[in-house]
Design a protein around this ligand. Structure first.
Ligand code: SAH
Ligand code: SF4
Ligand code: F3S
Length: 448
């Protein structure tokens, strides 16, 4: 470079394309990995073309989710052949579950980093720069959260914060206890400090994340803090307006957490409480350790504390051994709960899980059941959305919408709400009246 030339902005920075699959915890992990790579001089780019590194943060929960990795790697192959300097990394739950098998199947992969080892990513990238393929799928003794750089200068208005990771429940269909390891709760003081940092950088809502977030039990000053105590402490932070938590297990909905939905205005009236099936026989075969009636009574107690709470759920259809009568019991449970929304999946056998070897339900039968269940849930969801018309809600503005002057935010109940108003900006918490409803979103007008 001659002395008169000035460096271009961003010169010397390397480009990282980061793609995230799966759950909110992967979204949080991707943000942390982007921060760790930022400290190494990497900036994010939207496309794999032109990137110096592509990192795929993967999900192993169902076969379709994990196969996406291999189709994406197939698409990356020509890029890697054209530019051998391009580094390709695989992170997350497929990395954890399949480890070296990924590099065997796809030799273009330079780095495999499991979900518990991503604080070691920068060192692995340096090793890859030196021409070494790199694999780390350990569950290290050190705390990855404490080995990551500080959070970035700006936070999204609605931020995620992992408070608990892993699962000891071992539902017979689920890979999470294997990909995320056993349940670990972060110390409350660290969580409170990270929350304060997020708020100082613009967050107004925090969603506490954990595979079993309501099993949170952090030790603080020798005392055992449950999730309710953590939420109460977070609620005292000025500038934090909204608190949510996900995902909860029905068996860990404690009385004090339920009471908090009545007593703590910052705790939002939304609860994701998966049940998977309405048949006691299937719940037992799934190793869920609760009955359909236990679940219904828990929902009743929650609604007694907070009558307007929006309840969502997860369902698996076609679990091995599911009969028509079992499926009818699931439909009956859905009728009894009346969900604001729910996710539903056809059972997918996962290698290494106890249910994987059991005789499957006929695929066509499972598909037909899934359609019936989804139609019922869509009816409930649409009715719940329509019941919002005319109601006043808080909306946290998150981003501009597709139309000029339009903004998108989330209601207290986590509905997507579209508002038209010139004066809105991300991070504003506004009151709005809902004027229109669709199955997946609402429209409203700002009040005052
Ligand atoms: N920790 C949460 C979520 C786990 S994964 C919980 O306890 O509910 C999210 C959802 O994926 C599950 O609730 C379940 O409905 C679905 N799921 C998990 N394993 C599955 C499998 N093998 N086949 C189909 N769906 C599955
Ligand atoms: Fe998976 Fe069950 Fe644990 Fe949820 S509670 S993560 S479904 S094993
Ligand atoms: Fe998928 Fe792992 Fe989350 S398997 S759902 S990314 S915990």
């Amino acid at each position: 470079m001659s002395e008169t030339e000035t460096p271009k902005p961003g010169a010397g920075l390397k480009k990282l394309h980061l793609k995230t699959y799966g759950c909110q915890m992967n979204v949080y992990d991707s943000e942390r990995m982007a921060e760790a790579m930022g400290a190494e001089g990497y900036v994010l780019t939207d496309t794999a073309e032109g990137a110096d590194m592509v990192l795929l943060n993967t999900c192993h929960i169902r076969e379709k989710a994990s196969e996406k990795l291999y189709s994406d790697l197939g698409r990356l192959k020509p890029l890697k052949l054209a530019n051998p300097g391009l580094k390709i990394g695989v992170a997350g739950c497929v990395a954890q579950a399949e480890g070296a098998e990924i590099q065997r199947r796809m030799p273009i992969v330079d780095i495999v980093v499991g979900s518990q080892a991503y604080h070691r990513l920068p060192a692995m990238v340096r090793a890859a720069d030196a021409g070494q393929a790199s694999l780390d799928t350990e569950f290290p003794a050190e705390d990855k959260f404490e080995h990551l750089p500080a959070r970035p200068l700006q936070s999204r208005p609605a931020a995620f914060l992992t408070v608990q990771e892993g699962c000891d429940k071992f539902c017979a269909f689920c890979v999470v206890p294997y990909t995320r390891g056993s349940e670990v709760s972060r110390p409350a003081a660290r969580i409170l400090a990270e929350a304060r940092g997020l708020i100082a950088r613009g967050a107004r809502e925090i969603t506490l994340l954990g595979q079993n977030v309501n099993a949170y039990h952090g030790v603080e000053d020798g005392a055992d803090w449950g999730l309710a105590r953590l939420v109460r402490a977070l609620a005292m932070i000025d500038g934090l307006e909204r608190i949510r938590y996900t995902t909860s297990h029905p068996n860990d909905m404690t009385a004090d957490l339920i009471a908090l939905h009545r007593d703590e205005p910052k705790l939002m009236p939304y609860l994701h409480l998966p049940v998977q099936s309405g048949s006691d026989r299937i719940l037992k075969a799934m190793n869920r350790r609760h009955t359909a009636d236990d679940y219904l009574r828990t929902i009743e107690r929650i609604r007694a504390a907070r009558p307007d709470i929006l309840v969502s759920g997860d369902f698996i259809v076609g679990f091995p051994g599911e009969t028509d009568a079992d499926f009818e019991a699931t439909l009956a449970l859905i009728e009894a709960v009346n969900y604001g929304m729910a996710y539903s999946f056809r059972y997918s056998p996962r290698p290494g899980t106890p249910a994987a070897d059991r005789p499957p339900v006929d695929a066509a039968v499972a598909d037909a059941r899934l359609q019936v269940l989804q139609a019922l849930i869509t009816r409930q969801q649409r009715a719940a959305q329509e019941a919002m018309v005319g109601r006043e809600v808080g909306v946290l503005i998150e981003r501009p919408g597709k139309l000029a002057g339009q903004w998108v935010g989330k209601s207290d109940y986590l509905h997507a709400v579209h508002l038209h108003d010139e004066n809105l900006a991300p991070g504003q918490l506004r009151r709005a009246r809902i004027t229109e409803a669709w199955t997946n979103s609402l429209a409203g007008v700002c009040l005052g």
